[in-house]
Every structure is written in C-alpha cells, then in structure tokens.
Ligand binder design. Structure first.
Ligand SMILES: CC(C)(COP(=O)(O)OP(=O)(O)OC[C@H]1O[C@@H](n2cnc3c(N)ncnc32)[C@H](O)[C@@H]1OP(=O)(O)O)[C@@H](O)C(=O)NCCC(=O)NCCS
Length: 159
C-alpha cells in the first residue's frame, strides 16, 4: 500500500522521458539552469508517485555548485528542503569535494532556510563582481568542524 505522507528521497539515476516530463512540470514558471554537458546529479523527493521536491548539484570548472532547490508549496516546512540540501552536500563530500558553492539573491528563503545552517558564507569570487543587484555567491568549506556539527555528513570509511 502506498503511504502518501511518507517522503522518499532519491538520486535520479536515469533522466528518462518520465522524469523529463515531471521536471518540466515541476519547474514550469521558474528560471532553471540547463545542465548541458556539465557533470551533475539531481535529487528528488517523492510523496507516493508525486514529485514534491527537487534540486541539483553540478560541477563547473572543478567547483561543486548546488542549484534548483524547490519544494512544492503544499509540502513546505516539513524538512524537505533541508534534507535535499544535506543529501547534496553529503554526495559532494563522498565524491571528494573540499568546497561547495551556490549563488542566490540576498535574503532568499533557500539561503535562510536550508544553507546558512550548514555554515555557508557569503563570498565574492575573483571572477565575479558582486553588488546589491547581483546574485551572491556562498561557499561551504568541508572541514572537521562541519563533521563535528553534522556527523551525518561524514563519509563512511572505505573498506
Ligand atoms: C525555500 C524552500 C526550498 C524551503 O523548503 P522547505 O522544505 O519548506 O524547507 P524546510 O522545511 O526544510 O525548512 C528548513 C528550515 O527553514 C524554515 N522555513 C522554511 N520555510 C519557512 C518560511 N516560509 N518561513 C520561516 N521559516 C521557514 C523551517 O522552519 C526550517 O527551520 P528549522 O529547521 O529551524 O525548523 C521552499 O520554500 C521553496 O521551494 N521555495 C521556492 C524556492 C524557489 O523559488 N526556487 C527556485 C527554483 S524555482
């Protein structure tokens, strides 16, 4: 029996036609970055068969960058945004990330709800001119302090 209230988190292994249709519908009306040939991994949250949250982490010039976090309005404030963020951070760490980045306007809910808690800091990289009108870049350094605060992010020892 399908438990409608249970939220299941999944890595999207295959970007098939079904997922593409759901993706287009989920982000309709949003400006969403095209991944093109950039190495990337999508993470989704499902309630039964319904996609209720979605996000991505991708690599650009050796940097790990998070993007596209969105939770369906009727599923917000249930911890889904936080879980999708934690899953992407853990994934990047497991794959060798030493820093994780994202860009966002100041005061955006994505930042306040789901990113600052992990220790992301606002920073303006050399390649970018930041001012009040631009999106800001945020960086999380992967340090022992992070694992102390969030033990669940620590990669499992390799056997
Ligand atoms: C930002 C967003 C992803 C948050 O998702 P969410 O699943 O509701 O977030 P969570 O439930 O994990 O909440 C995380 C924290 O933020 C807080 N929070 C979430 N929404 C909040 C709100 N509207 N007001 C105040 N606090 C809020 C939660 O209480 C929680 O805090 P806590 O851990 O201290 O209890 C969601 O609101 C969203 O999708 N917004 C639109 C984003 C968007 O436009 N994306 C661009 C692509 S279209």
């Amino acid at each position: 029996m399908e438990v409608k209230d249970e939220i299941i988190f999944r890595v999207i292994e295959t970007e098939d036609a079904d997922w593409k249709a759901r993706f287009a519908s989920f982000y309709s009306g949003c400006e969403i970055k095209k991944m093109g040939r950039k190495p990337h991994t999508f993470f989704a949250a499902y309630s039964g068969d319904e996609m209720v949250g979605h996000s991505v982490i991708y690599r650009d010039k050796q940097q790990w960058i998070m993007d596209g976090l969105r939770v369906k309005p009727e599923f917000r404030e249930r911890g889904i945004g936080k879980r999708l963020t934690e899953a992407r951070i853990r994934y990047a760490i497991e794959n060798g990330a030493e820093e994780i980045w994202y860009a966002c306007e100041d005061g955006n809910m994505v930042t306040t709800c789901c990113h600052l808690r992990f220790g992301f800091e606002k920073i303006c990289p050399d390649s970018h001119r930041c001012n009040a009108a631009t999106a800001h870049w945020f960086r999380l350094r992967i340090t022992p302090k992070l694992f102390k605060k969030f033990p669940s992010l620590k990669p499992l020892p390799k056997s």
